[in-house]
Design a protein around this ligand. Sequence first.
Ligand code: FMN
Length: 369
Amino acid sequence: MATDSPESSNEFATIHEIIRAARTNLTQGAWDYMAGASESETTLRRNRAAIDKLALKPRALRDIREIDASDTVLGMKLRIPVLLAPIGSLESFSPAEGAAASAKAAEAFDIIHMLSSRCSPGLEEVAAAANNNRIFQLYVRGDDKFEDDFARRAIEHGYNAFAVTIDTAVYSRRERDYANRFVKKWRVDISNDEQIWQAKYTWDNVKRFKDTHDIPLIMKGIATAEDAALCVEHGVDGIYISNHGGRQLDHGRGSMDVLPEVVAEAKGKATIIVDGGVLRGSDIVKAKALGADLVGIGRLQCASLAAGGMGAVVRALEILEQEIQISMGLSGATSWADLDPSCVTTSTTVAFPSVFSAHQMLSLNPNKY
Ligand SMILES: Cc1cc2nc3c(=O)[nH]c(=O)nc-3n(C[C@H](O)[C@H](O)[C@H](O)COP(=O)(O)O)c2cc1C
């Protein structure tokens, strides 16, 4: 079973305590920037609903004394198959260290941190801050030279893969941020000079990247089997199923609803990553059973940083690891290879989903959270 790491903030007994501390520490504006999503927040709630409606089908009477939740993904050996998803403005949640805190947590726990290009400190400083498994994520905000410069620097600084986020071709309306007058400056003018590069980014750019750079390429924001097939056709190494935590297209599907069709299209041809609403170890077990290679966590990372910096991120990961081992053991699995889609089935949804509804001891007053 999981043990406490020296880096862990073990005053937190549960994840709901971490989320509650984050709520106390953040201003309303910063909280809503993190917890909120676009327009009616329907995609956000579907992320959670898609996870909640899946039930695990336990197998009994197997020897499960040794449970191994470790994994190797994209050549990186991981204690659990978890990725700290790219978050712009991590410095809003960890003012002292910013993105370096997530990199250090990834090092302490042997998982991956994907660094956002909208973060500080930047690519070089974060690489110097920790010796972790690292991937760089780019928002395209310039021409080919802009992209090439980031790719070259990522390779030079030991990033193991390069992700391009492609679900932000147009900026969404995040109602909580508008109501709080908390809209980030770069989001105000939708047709500004920088954003236009992403609006015109197409599969031709993907081909050019693959022809130019020698680093595994991940497309983040894939949400259909059709686009997964195009990723495979273009030699993309990682297909990252995501709807940006419901922060971009509203009225989209929950990520876990998309996963099976992408797995059917691309399993074995590209590494499959998924995120959206993941807040429990059992969520990770369900994603792995359905064929994901790696599972990303976004808001839980932000809330943990706001609650207690890198130590609280490590604490959240310890709790996730323990929950993973419990779910695996009670499902009759001792390694990831023991899980497949027959281990999950669709059942009834148990709760009205909201941003942190997986943690039932929080007051789920929508005005508070
Ligand atoms: C505050 C915040 C900032 C984010 N910034 C980025 C970013 O810079 N780049 C990116 O690709 N995705 C970004 N995302 C999306 C996350 O990488 C991830 O896809 C999403 O948060 C997963 O859903 P979850 O928060 O329910 O775990 C951001 C999400 C949040 C909550």
